[in-house]
Design a protein around this ligand. Structure first.
Ligand code: GLV
Length: 322
């Protein structure tokens, strides 16, 4: 049996495949393969380990219909046509839970950075334009005075709520397709039935929903405009959940005080993109799960899922047919 790995993932995954007697090959470059290249490279593979950089659409899956498993090293699988994979009985795996703490930590880091104006401060220091301690300079806000509004209460969001409430005394509000009584109890989180109600009660809106037809462009002008004046937007989910043009307008006209985006549409943004010209908009390169620990566990779990697929067994974490 042979597995093709679409990028240079942590080597513990390869060690695991070797231990299991599985041959493997990988694309040794941080520049992702295009669809045609991926199809060629995976032609003789029985299993495919993918990352969010890969476009695994109907064409790719059709061309690789012999696969016994597609195993994504990520929790999000919006780059994979799950429905089509299911129609060909190809199991698709993903790697939830192991990146939850890392991504929740990054969310808090982004909140702190944008609310306390860290990018602006660093820029002053680097450019030599900071002269002295300023009684009224670079004023942020006390997190404990701000309400955190969470869109989509999954595992990562629940950990963000916990950090925000117990670590920073923030009031937590949320909107999600399903209520989470345990988060309401443990973090005193207030559930809002509609996104518009959530927006009215949020000083920081943090996005944690997965990308799908319902959430594409969900956070647009009409939601952002309902946030109180001087609010912040944080996105660690997927770039396409947020309408970036609308965000830009509301940052430029001062309705929003800042934004921090770990995900954008596209990734990366071109260096000329107007959001990158705004000091109050912090953009990081999709590093939510980028800790040594999380990435190693993600790689191992992706390899485990893949091996199970090759053995015709249900995957540890499977997103489609079982
Ligand atoms: C990263 O964005 C992931 O979905 O794991």
């Amino acid at each position: 049996m042979k597995v093709f790995i679409s990028g240079p993932i942590p080597t513990n995954a390869c060690d695991y495949l070797t231990e299991k007697g599985i041959e493997w090959d990988y694309h040794d470059s941080s520049i992702p393969l295009n669809k045609q290249e991926l199809i060629e490279k995976a032609q003789d593979a029985h299993g495919l380990i993918t990352t969010i950089n890969d476009c695994i659409d109907q064409e790719v899956i059709q061309a690789l219909s012999h696969l016994k498993c597609i195993s994504q090293m990520a929790v999000g699988v919006d780059n994979i046509n799950i429905q089509f994979a299911s129609s060909l009985n190809i199991p698709v795996g993903h790697t939830p839970h192991v990146l939850t703490d890392a991504t929740a930590d990054l969310t808090m880091a982004l909140i702190l950075a944008v609310v306390r104006k860290l990018p602006q401060g660093q820029s002053q220091v680097r450019r030599g334009t900071w002269g002295a301690w300023e009684p009224q300079g670079l004023l942020g806000r006390d997190l404990g005075c701000l309400r955190l509004g969470i869109v989509g209460m999954g595992a990562i969001a629940a950990k963000v709520a916990r950090r925000a409430y117990h670590g920073f005394s923030m009031a937590v509000h949320y909107h999600s397709p399903r209520r989470r009584p345990e988060v309401e109890k443990y973090c005193q989180a207030k559930y809002h039935q509609s996104l518009t109600e959530l927006a009215r009660h949020s000083d920081i809106l943090s996005l944690h929903c997965s990308l799908n037809e319902q959430t594409q462009g969900l956070i647009n002008h009409s939601v952002l405009g309902l946030l109180p004046h001087g609010s912040y937007v944080i996105n660690t989910s997927r770039g396409d959940v947020l309408n970036q043009d609308d965000l830009l307008v509301l940052l430029q006209n001062g309705h929003l005080a800042g934004a921090a985006l770990d995900v954008t549409s596209p990734e990366p943004l071109s260096p000329e993109h107007p959001l990158l010209q705004l000091p109050e908009c912090l953009i990081t390169p999709h590093i939510g799960s980028a800790t040594k620990e999380a990435r190693q566990e993600m790689a191992l779990l992706a390899a485990e899922n893949c091996v199970l697929g090759l053995e015709n067994k249900p995957l540890k974490y499977q997103v489609n047919i079982s």
